[in-house]
Design a binder for this molecule. Structure first.
Ligand code: SF4
Ligand code: SF4
Length: 712
């Protein structure tokens, strides 16, 4: 029966393939029998063959949904939903689907943005669509906004949206259950409880002189008793040794006493606050210290809330000379060997704890850290930057929130973050000291040299130290597909897999299969290729992989140049490969072309232009190479070189030291500069990835000759 229908539909289609109805009927038929690839293709054809925007709109949405079900074309899915929205910007379905897409990607900021726009601009009671686009009704947009707002830290908004959905909308079963679950989840955090619900013991807390400073009193009461801000990610546990630095009158210690910590050390230098503190928290397991943690042991001028009429604790009048003790002096004098929970709220004094001197001790002996970090003056911004670039690299399991509870971890490495923020809340979980060395960078990368022929790379670019490589490498020449897979199977999926290395990757005939395997395993992928060694069919197999962007990412096609600095064998097959690239390059994510000079006349009709990079000495390797290659000797004025001197240098690349190169025999070389294979880090066929990669900031001789070398 189905066959008859399909035959009939195909017959009509063949007679008039540009007819919208013929395409849509086939799309619906394939959709109905779950042949999604065919259905998508006919939905897209339908959308291109109708003048009616409303039909275009729903065909694009339905195609996006089906692509999404295939699970590996997220870039396309997003593009289809966005395209649909540009056609019908006042319809709600596109906003719902795009926000849901971002939510599934855990991109909550964009999910929130799209749901918020959808809520404002779309028509709530628009006519239903003909196609099923999984739109549950306008409440779908509100639901997505509720979920996203929770994840971006807008908990009050999330709660009120969920309550509104629960009380005022006729939800389907799935959404109703999800709303109930989320409301339950929100009620399990103390965040957002109104003061009226505070237990009596918090309402009756003795604020002493702190109550005279209304701003301070209100703020600390909210932070500690309402938002429980210091225990947002982890809690004080029974038996914990706790440091309450900047204890003021003791609200945090008061809050956690029921959690049965083993011992609490409270530090408060302000004499009047200290008196109230001792009254509020007196207990045999609480030690009150009338000192601040400072840069010296003795006396020091520190910031604090010494003047109740001033809000800014770092204002001049709020600075006083007070008794201070160095963190490590206190630890030694009191025989403290571990701190389970370190809470800080000490107006910039945190940088006297988290300094170079204490780093190793803290790394080894402090488990949970939560506190305020201050950036309100140029001096504090400098200190924060230093702290970020040292501690936060060493302690990768951290969360950072603005004081109004917006997750800001995504922006922490940007300079504007330091310029903009005055104060942030930071949480470091050091319970399981992470072995993931590569987490110091957002772009950890492992590059593959898929083959090293005896005579080096066939393209033999003048500026590439192939003779140096030939002399240094004697191992297995061709990486097998199985060996490649065994390496990929060992890698955390955050590691970007790059096909570039010391030779043209497609000199290995399995390179396309390798690439598709790494993509299937969920790795970001990037490619740097001349296309030499490829077949036309490779181009079509590769085109849909979502290639990662910068740094050093994308799909880069290296074209031959007129001067023949790169000596691509320009055969008829090669021309066909380039033509195939020309045909599909608009579909390849992050596609670029480059060349070592103006593009060779023979291929100019296909790609007329390409960017030309600066040439560097490959960390000094081209100097030695010039001795072996007369052609390069004549070009020696066309590449730059640098020598940093004798002082040790490490890698200043955004990928840090985690842009290493796997050779066909499994050896892992430091980086794409190491053609002399001077720094082999280990063998990944025999060792784990973590065992092979270096510790961040390790210095290598090669870095002294590299434009990317920096001080450790
Ligand atoms: S630059 Fe690339 S294509 Fe040129 S010789 Fe080196 S590895 Fe081969
Ligand atoms: S030589 Fe050193 S600085 Fe240069 S890219 Fe390699 S690791 Fe980085």
């Amino acid at each position: 029966m189905n066959d008859n229908i399909l035959t009939d539909l195909l017959y009509k289609y063949i007679n008039d393939p540009d007819d919208f109805t013929n395409n849509l009927n086939l799309a619906l038929h394939y959709d109905g029998i779950e042949q999604t690839a065919s259905a998508v293709s006919y939905y897209l054809r339908s959308s291109e063959r109708t003048d009616e925007d409303i039909l275009k709109y729903q065909c694009l949405l339905r195609a996006g949904i089906l692509f999404g079900k295939q699970g590996c074309r997220n870039f396309t899915v997003k593009g289809l939903f966005q395209h649909a929205l540009t056609i019908q910007p006042t319809r709600p379905e596109g906003y719902f689907l795009l926000s849901r897409f971002y939510e599934k990607e855990e991109n909550y900021h964009d999910a929130y943005l799209i749901a918020s726009i959808g809520e404002k601009v779309s028509e709530q009671n628009s006519e239903p669509l003909i196609l099923n686009v999984e739109y549950p009704g306008f409440y779908g947009i509100l639901f997505e906004k509720a979920v996203a707002s929770w994840w971006v830290g807008l908990c009050h908004e999330s709660r009120s949206l969920l309550e509104d959905l629960y009380e005022n909308y006729d939800l389907d079963g799935i959404h109703m259950q999800a709303v109930k679950n989320n409301l339950q989840r929100l009620s399990e955090t103390s965040k957002g409880l109104h003061l009226v619900y505070l237990p009596k013991k918090y309402r009756d807390f003795d604020w002493g002189v702190a109550a005279e400073n209304e701003w301070f009193h209100k703020r600390v009461a909210e932070e500690v008793f309402i938002d429980n801000v210091y225990q947002k990610f982890f809690k004080v546990e029974e038996g914990d040794i706790v440091f309450d630095v900047g204890a003021s009158v003791g609200p945090f210690t008061h809050l956690i006493k029921d959690q049965k910590p083993g011992k609490i050390y409270c530090f408060e230098p302000h004499s009047q606050l200290y008196q109230t503190l001792t009254r509020n928290v007196s207990d045999e397991n609480v030690v009150c210290v009338n000192q601040a943690i400072g840069p010296v042991t003795g006396e020091f001028e520190c910031a604090g809330l010494f003047n109740k009429d001033l809000l800014g604790s770092s204002e001049r009048e709020n600075r006083q000379t007070i008794p201070v003790i160095k963190f490590n002096d206190f630890v030694k004098q009191n025989n403290i060997t571990q701190i389970d929970f370190l809470k800080t709220d000490c107006e910039g004094g945190e940088y006297d704890i988290f300094n170079d001197e204490n780093m190793d001790w803290i790394s080894e002996n402090v488990s949970k850290i939560a506190g305020e970090w201050h950036l309100s003056s140029p001096e504090l911004k400098i200190k924060f930057r230093k702290f970020r670039d040292t501690y936060l690299r060493e302690f990768p399991n951290f969360e950072i929130y603005s004081v109004d509870y917006v997750d800001m971890k995504w922006a922490i490495w940007d300079d504007w973050f330091i310029d903009k923020y005055q104060e942030v809340n930071l949480y470091i979980d050091n319970r399981e000291k992470s072995r993931d060395k590569w987490r110091v960078t957002k772009w950890p990368t492992l590059e593959f040299t898929t083959s090293i022929p005896e005579k080096g790379c066939v393209v033999d670019c003048a500026f590439c130290p192939q003779r140096t490589l030939e002399k240094s490498y004697t191992g297995q020449r061709m990486m097998t597909l199985d060996n490649f897979k065994s390496v990929v199977d060992k890698l955390p999926k955050e590691i970007r897999v790059t096909f570039a290395g010391f030779t043209e990757p497609w000199l290995n005939k399995n390179c396309t299969d390798m690439l598709l395997y790494a993509d299937e395993k969920g790795h970001p992928i990037s490619v740097f290729t001349t296309g030499i060694g490829m077949k036309v069919e490779d181009v079509y197999r590769l085109k849909d992989v979502p290639y990662a962007g910068n740094p050093n990412g994308g799909f880069v096609l290296h074209l031959p140049d007129q001067e023949r600095i790169a000596k691509h064998p320009v055969t008829s097959n090669y021309i066909k490969v380039l033509e195939a690239f020309r045909e599909v390059c608009g579909e390849i994510q992050n596609f670029y072309t480059m060349s070592m000079g103006p593009v060779l006349d023979d291929v100019k009709h296909i790609f007329p232009q390409a960017s030309v990079p600066e040439f560097w000495s490959r960390a000094g390797n081209l100097m030695g190479e010039a001795m072996l290659k007369p052609e390069l000797y004549n070009l020696k004025d066309q590449f730059k070189s640098i020598y940093h001197g004798e002082s040790p240098k490490t890698c200043g690349c955004l990928e840090d030291l985690y842009h290493n190169i796997v050779l066909p025999n499994g050896d892992v070389s430091l980086c794409c500069m190491d053609y002399g294979l001077k720094h082999i880090l280990g063998n990944i066929y025999e060792q784990s990835y973590e065992e092979v990669i270096p510790k961040t900031k390790t210095c290598f001789n090669l870095c002294r000759f590299c434009e990317n070398g920096v001080n450790p």
